[in-house]
Design a protein around this ligand. Structure first.
Ligand code: XUL
Length: 490
């Protein structure tokens, strides 16, 4: 019998992915995926959420997440012997909340998820009541998708159902509870995405909870470090070949799990994920609230920062279209036909309202005349400005030595070179298609078999390619950063 199989499950917005790692042999031995739209059409959520609600409301049926996990396990069981699994953990889309009553049923039929932005009023109320304390205590400003404002809105719009609620779980703690057949704690990583956890004490903030909704403290599960064993696997999972009683480690959110799954859970390595929106996240030595973005618990211990830039890949695509070039040209021309610095051109691609910095209207801004620039200059301008924006919003104390880049746009050599030179850091690309599920499996291996994360990183998170910064450009990068700072202030 192999003693080193660990199972990681990622319940994300559009589906569930799961994998089994063999920790001793540094191998992923099985991988499976379920797509909610394709595989579970009975839930009527082709993209993972119910499409018939008001425009700002995004909900999903929590039963769909359970069904997705079960189908995924069934698919995994056909690939490997799940009886060999020694530990289980998981990942949930952050911020979503599940409301359970006293009778094992749901007191709220559907769950608001992270895409929901219906709580502007509740956020304003929290900010009016607590001001900067919200950011100082919880690591984030009052944020529409965060669970506290969502709970407050539920209480205000349906106080009877709120009163009938026994416990409010996050997606992660709800699914962990299903796996152990009892209420599971909320971990420090995901708990920090609620505007309720006080990151200075790692306890629920009683004052904020009391203002959010009556008796809320009594309805929140306990919080626990991310390496806590929540319980043993419930007997019903034996039908997939798993063994009842196998340790289940508390689940966490998808971003905290990804931090682990890309091998960046120690300070010094930042992760840039280039997707629809771009996110930059990194492990932090200690807790200090920052002006932008969010701070969550790092499942490997300590904290992590996460800053989101809304205008990511869609903005790059828009520039490509406006320039009338294909991706092959876009990904390489910026490097080949232009020079670092690009004559000082800055182009803020705010084609949509931007989160960082907060810009409420779609309003691209340039310091040069685009009609007089070549396509390569325009492409370099957007890529250099995006890189400068990321560095500008990374506090100096967290300047990374290494940046791990993931996501679709990490194929662009031009962009990788620009990131290395702007940050003056080594850029590594990694292939991390299932980083949240891998992070969960690594957390299970760490908590159950006590394999150190450094060891797990060396086994599972090796870079695919490396780009060293050109140190001769360091002074110029500093000047560009200063010029960028002046321009965004205008
Ligand atoms: C992070 C966030 C999303 C969700 C879903 O704050 O809202 O990244 O975790 O992926």
């Amino acid at each position: 019998m192999n003693q080193s199989y660990f199972l990681g499950i990622d319940a994300s917005t559009q589906g569930v992915k799961a994998l089994v790692i063999d920790a001793d042999n540094a191998e992923i031995v099985a991988e499976a995926a379920v797509n909610f739209g394709k595989d579970l059409p009975q839930f009527g959520a082709p993209n993972g959420y119910i499409e018939t609600l008001a425009p700002a409301e995004f909900h999903a049926d929590p039963r769909m997440w359970v069904a997705g996990c079960e189908l995924c396990l069934k698919r995994l069981a056909s690939q490997c012997d799940l009886a060999q699994v020694r530990g289980v953990s998981g990942s949930g889309q952050q911020h979503g909340s599940v409301y359970l009553d006293d009778n094992g049923g749901f007191s709220r039929d559907t769950s608001p998820i992270w895409m929901d932005n219906s709580t502007g009023t509740e956020c304003a109320e929290l900010e009016a009541k607590f001001g900067v304390l919200i950011r100082e205590a919880t690591g984030s400003p009052a944020t529409e998708r965060f669970t506290g404002p969502q709970i407050r809105r539920f209480y205000k719009t349906d106080s009877n159902s709120y009163a009938r609620t026994r416990v409010i779980h996050l997606v992660s703690s709800f699914l962990c509870s299903k796996f152990i057949g009892a209420d599971a704690p909320i971990d420090f990583g995901d708990g920090a995405g609620m505007n309720l956890l006080d990151l200075r004490t790692m306890k629920w903030n009683a004052e904020i909870a009391a203002f959010t909704a009556p008796d809320l403290l009594a309805k929140l599960p306990p919080v626990a470090p991310s390496d806590t064993i929540a319980g043993g696997l419930a007997a019903e999972f034996e039908k997939y070949g798993l063994k009842a009683g196998t340790p289940v480690v508390v689940w966490s959110g998808d971003n905290p799990n990804s931090l682990v799954g890309v091998g960046a859970s120690s300070p010094g390595t930042a992760v840039i994920s280039l997707g629809t929106s771009d996110t930059v996240f990194a492990a932090l030595e200690s807790y200090a609230p920052q002006r932008y973005g969010h701070i969550f618990g790092n499942p490997a211990g300590g904290f992590m920062s996460l800053v989101c830039f809304t205008n990511g890949s869609l903005a790059r695509e828009k520039v490509r279209e406006e320039c009338g070039v294909d991706w092959a040209y876009f990904d390489n021309a910026a490097l080949a036909e232009t020079e670092f610095g690009n004559g000082g051109k800055i182009f803020l691609p705010w084609y949509q309202p931007e989160t960082t910095p907060l810009v409420s209207e779609a309003r691209p801004r340039a310091n040069f005349d685009a009609s007089a620039a070549t396509p390569a200059e325009r492409i370099r301008a957007v890529l250099e400005t995006q890189a400068l924006t990321m560095r500008h919003h990374t506090p100096a104390r967290e300047r990374p030595r290494v940046i791990r880049v993931t996501g679709g746009a990490s194929r662009s050599n031009g962009f990788l070179r620009i990131l290395a030179d702007v940050f003056q850091a080594r850029v590594e690309t990694i292939s991390a298609p299932n980083s949240a599920a891998l992070g969960a499996a690594m957390r299970a291996a760490n908590a159950v078999a006590h394999i150190p994360f450094a060891e797990l990183n060396a086994r599972f998170c090796r870079p695919v390619a490396t780009i060293e910064p050109n140190a001769a450009l360091a002074a110029q990068a500093d000047k560009m950063l200063a010029a960028f700072g002046d321009f965004v202030k205008i």
